[in-house]
Design a protein around this ligand. Structure first.
Ligand SMILES: Cc1cc2nc3c(=O)[nH]c(=O)nc-3n(C[C@H](O)[C@H](O)[C@H](O)COP(=O)(O)OP(=O)(O)OC[C@H]3O[C@@H](n4cnc5c(N)ncnc54)[C@H](O)[C@@H]3O)c2cc1C
Length: 402
């Protein structure tokens, strides 16, 4: 009899965890495992704001998949997924096609501009290694042009960040470290370079309590970050953002949009029913009405039965879902019932640059300043260990003291 074939799409937190757990739980005689990813590396999506600001090198935020997954056990295919054809259990890739018995769909997030005019064409996005790298290079290019006299427009030294959520605030925190460095490198007075965060809502960082948000805002302002809170962006032009009711143009050399994400466009292309950019999955993480397709990580909404609301999409959630899917696929192969996913929330920590941060851990313990920054490094290292194993931690860990 043919072995069942399990195909995992995406080697992010969700897909890589699912693959490694499947390889641990199932012998080669029990199932064939295939992992498909666009690149031959996994990247730490939660570190991309550091890559974009240039406070870490992009190579620190990625590792080779073949270093943490045994290619003799798991067939690795580096290609782009175009579409899933559930009716004949087939995945269409740019360069080939693959059939499956079980499918784990874990293609992650893309930036959502909510249709804001000009955003797609004129703003940079933080969504993978290449897009983050381009931002770092662009900011530095603008400083170099100004320094050489090629540009005399002070607004070329402004970095404008749309969105005061997790990504936007962590990014301006890194910029508060990097911009003074660039000013020194290019002999530019620090007061000429601006970092401006624009947020339409009445507050930044909605996931944290008021006192932590106030701490974060003051800490960033003290280091030169300017906030435009309650200012909706109506358009992004080549020159910058148009904000507020009086259509003020805030000019910048670099405009970055971090205001929203949604699941992979492959979901819709495959005909899955999508709500606010993601699929509402069953409690056991399966696509509704499907026996053998699981959708996890940033591509799905998973309901918290206690609150009746979906869990916020995070790397932590994606990793736990990856492990749960592996267990459920094993159950399915053994003819056992599938179990419902329950999120074990270990807390949230946001960095505000290299040695500052805020956090809420272990159900209500609040952290700010250096302890939060240290905790963030612990979280980052733990993720390396859980998702990639000891090799990933040893090669890319942030355990060096700051
Ligand atoms: C700057 C930033 C900071 C963040 N900070 C935190 C944090 O502190 N804590 C936290 O918990 N969460 C954080 N998040 C959110 C977290 O990164 C996401 O929730 C998480 O990455 C989702 O994991 P995933 O496995 O679903 O998808 P991803 O990490 O997006 O992985 C998807 C994988 O699929 C691949 N892929 C995508 N499309 C295709 C295709 N068509 N074909 C082939 N391969 C494809 C990608 O290359 C990637 O390898 C942050 C996000 C950002 C951007």
């Amino acid at each position: 009899m043919n072995k069942p074939k399990i195909v995992v799409l995406g080697a992010g937190y969700a897909g890589l965890t699912a693959t490694r757990k499947l390889a641990q739980k199932l012998s080669p005689e029990e199932a064939e495992i295939v992992l498909i990813n666009r690149h031959n590396y996994h990247y730490e999506a939660t570190w991309l704001h550091e890559v974009a600001a240039g406070t870490i090198n992009h190579n620190q935020a990625r590792y080779m998949i073949s270093d943490v997954v045994n290619p003799k056990r798991v067939r690795l295919i580096y290609d782009t997924v175009v579409e899933v054809k559930t009716e004949d259990q087939r995945v269409v890739l740019e360069n080939s096609e693959v059939e499956y018995d079980y499918l784990v769909f874990a293609l992650g997030f893309v930036t959502n501009t909510f249709g804001i005019k000009g955003m797609e064409d004129n703003a940079f996005f933080i969504q993978d290694i290449d897009s983050a790298r381009v931002i770092r290079e662009h900011i530095e290019y603008k400083f170099a042009q100004y320094s050489s006299g090629e540009s005399t427009d002070d607004s070329d030294l402004t970095v404008l960040v749309g969105g005061g959520g997790f990504t936007g605030i962590e990014f301006v925190g890194e910029l508060a470290e990097k911009i003074p460095e660039l000013c020194k490198k290019y002999d530019i007075p620090r007061n000429k370079a601006r970092i401006i965060n624009v947020e339409a809502a009445p507050s930044i960082l909605p996931v944290f309590e008021e006192d932590l948000v106030a701490y974060a805002k003051k800490s960033l302002e003290d280091r030169g970050v300017e906030f435009r809170i309650g200012a909706a962006i109506s358009e992004c032009t080549e020159e910058g953002f148009i904000v507020g009711e009086d259509n003020e143009l805030i000019k910048a050399g670099t405009s970055v949009w971090t205001g929203g994400v949604m699941g992979s466009p492959v979901l819709e292309k495959s005909g899955f029913e999508v709500f606010r950019g993601k699929v509402n999955v069953d409690a056991d993480l399966r696509l509704p009405g499907s026996e053998n397709v699981f959708i996890i990580g940033d591509c799905s909404w998973t309901m918290d039965k206690e609150t009746g609301k979906p869990y916020p999409p995070t790397g932590q959630l994606a990793t736990q879902e990856g492990a749960h899917v592996a267990e459920n696929i094993k159950n399915a192969l053994y003819g056992l019932p599938l179990t419902d996913f329950v999120f074990d929330d270990k807390g949230t920590v946001a960095s505000l640059g290299i040695s500052d941060g805020i956090g809420n851990i272990f159900n209500g313990v609040k952290l700010q300043g250096k302890p939060a920054a240290a905790m963030k490094k612990v979280v980052d290292d733990r993720t390396l260990l859980v998702v990639g194993g000891p090799k990933a931690l040893l090669k890319k860990g942030k355990y060096r003291p700051f």
